[in-house]
Design a protein around this ligand. Structure first.
Ligand code: SIN
Length: 282
């Protein structure tokens, strides 16, 4: 029997877990995986053979599935979203720093992405730790951020006039459902680890509530530049059968669009989350 081993992929974020079969996990293995996930923000697995039912069963061990209302689902499996780029398509899905579902009132806790087809080269995904990014700021600046709230939206991305809706054609749908805005603390208390994490992202955050547009844009630009620094990040190179699960409350991710003319096809399930509390909550 192979032993479960854990290899951290950078000091800030990410751990690769070997020696497990996600289609047949013991409770002890699942408990170790869960702790590794909360400790590292994103976990990676290789060489998994998962049917859609196996993928769904693994996701359900973490909580209820949040069915994404914009992505085209896998035939017969509405819980699984397709993350697809065909050789003749220019734009990919998720090709800038973001965290999934921050536009929801109860943002998704995690996303589980499983690789079916990968390009010969390119198509990696970057992940960044929003706990490490926050901790690297000076104490007075942290205190100021902890008192702020930001507004998030799906309208500019998945709505009728949205970038993704236009460029992604039939890969993205239900633009009429992109009405949801949500306000969350700029610094949250992570619901599971208790760590303070920066919770604004370039993909879905609109503005700092109560600040004028210049103030808000300048603060957000600073935070985005700071948090995207490579010292808070790790990079994952996909193979067929790789699976990554990331914590949407603790990380950002960015799917690099550097494989023009090649196909990349993944299945994604998002796991439901809870309302996010301010870092000032005990
Ligand atoms: C996503 O943003 O959910 C997709 C990430 C990826 O395709 O690597």
């Amino acid at each position: 029997m192979t032993e479960l081993t854990i290899h951290r992929t950078s000091s800030a974020v990410g751990a690769e877990i070997h020696g497990v079969n996600l289609a047949n996990l013991s409770d002890a293995e699942f408990n170790t995986i869960q702790q590794t996930f909360f400790d590292n923000g994103v976990i990676f697995f290789r060489d998994q053979t998962l049917s859609p039912e196996d993928h769904i069963a693994f996701a359900q061990r973490w909580g209820e599935i949040n069915v994404n209302r914009f992505f085209t689902p896998v035939d017969g499996h509405p819980q699984i979203a397709q993350v697809l780029k065909e050789p003749d398509q220019d734009m990919n899905i998720g090709g800038d720093w973001h965290t999934d579902h921050s536009y929801d009132l109860d943002p998704a806790m995690g996303s589980i992405l499983y690789a079916h087809d990968v390009p010969d080269s390119g198509g990696d995904t970057l992940f960044a730790s929003m706990g490490a990014a926050f901790e690297a700021l000076s104490p007075d600046f942290q205190t100021m951020l902890e008192g702020l709230t930001a507004r998030h939206s799906s309208r500019h991305v998945f709505g009728n006039a949205g970038r993704a809706a236009v460029a992604n054609g039939e890969r993205i749908g239900n633009a009429e459902l992109a009405t949801q805005d949500a306000e969350h603390p700029v610094v949250i208390r992570h619901p599971d680890s208790g760590r303070k994490c920066l919770y604004v992202n370039p993909g879905f955050t609109l503005n700092i509530v109560g600040w004028n547009p210049d103030e808000s844009d300048n603060l957000l630009s600073f935070l985005y530049k700071h948090a995207a620094h490579p010292r808070f990040a790790t990079r994952f190179n996909w193979e067929v059968g790789s699976l990554a699960m990331w914590d949407n409350r603790a990380t950002w991710h960015n799917a690099i669009n550097d494989y023009q003319g090649q196909r990349r096809y993944m299945h994604r399930i998002t796991v439901a989350g809870v309302p996010l509390a301010s870092a000032r909550t005990a």
